[in-house]
Design a protein around this ligand. Sequence first.
Ligand code: ZN
Ligand code: ZN
Length: 387
Amino acid sequence: MTDKTNMALPGQLIQACERRQHRLRQAMTEHPIDALLVSNPKDIHYLTGFVGHDSVLMVTDSAAVIITDPRYDEFLEPWRGTQVAEVVMGTRHRLEDSVAAQCKSRGVSRLGIEAEWLTVSARTKVAAALTQGQVVDTVGLVGRLRWVKDEPELAAIERAGSIQCDALNAALSRFEYPMTERELCAVLEYEMKTRGASGPSFDTMVLAGPNSAIIHALTGETRIDQGTLLIDWGAVFDGYCSDMTRTFAVGEFPEKVREIYDIVAEAQQAGIDACRPGRTCAEVDAAARSIIHRAGYGEYFGHGLGHGLGLDIHEDPYFNELATDIVLEPGMVMTVEPGIYLPGTGGVRIEDDVVITPDGCRVLTDFPKHPDEMVIEPATATKGSTR
Ligand code: ZN
Ligand code: ZN
């Protein structure tokens, strides 16, 4: 039996969706469109709380309509009768006909689409189905709104961060010889899920020894032995991602890795200190990069300082040298993750998530990073905060 009282949408979600849709309608007035057809599932999630595939959301100046197929009929029951969205059942694989019918009944003649998301063939089908009116390409309308997070979003990201920290503590306490990267990765992902994560926010990276110097290496069958252990991991909670990296010494750090650890740590702190409203993303990148450069390792830091994160693990904006015209605003959530990678020897990356506040930033993730605290021993290995 289904308890109807459990099926109501939470009031906080309804209010958040109304605010987000209001901001979208304001942004839409800058474009020659009567409605926006939202097709990116993450954008639909953001605007309505609905998580589903093969569905679209049409937002007009007075309505939001989820157009889906009967597979989602029961799932969407809580949305019916709310201000969040009307629900229209279309035919699977023929949603463009329902879109066209909605345009006709609502007097929409200029239908905006998300050009960065809708495939060319889907766009062609929608355009052909519109017997009157036309398709207008727009880019990043909802995406730009998502740069600045609201309270429910921040709460979810922070919760994801605390889950991933607790999970790593638990996983490290179960670390023993012999264990491969993939085995420790499986334990870590298990510990995240049992703490409420819907899954990892990307393919967890557990990289042992020289593998830690390969920026986008895949977790594999390498046995974790004495030396460097780089873990880049994240959890998804309520749709929102967190993302951290810590670099450990199993036994002790190789001498060279211990040397670059301090440089990366100093660069990360400089990056965090540079995060404040009004700063450009290029300035924040430079604040950290200049430290690594001055230490003589500039060529071994081959990626940007960080990225936005939220419903997606990598979102605009990005900290890099090109982002000279992108200015930080309160509410943006960014990673700060400098690294130095010495091929054949090992790499160090330290990554935390921050939210920009009116007078600086607040670090959302909490796990030790002082080099003395990064030493783990098999079997007895345990590290980190218990918060
Ligand atoms: Zn990461
Ligand atoms: Zn990251």
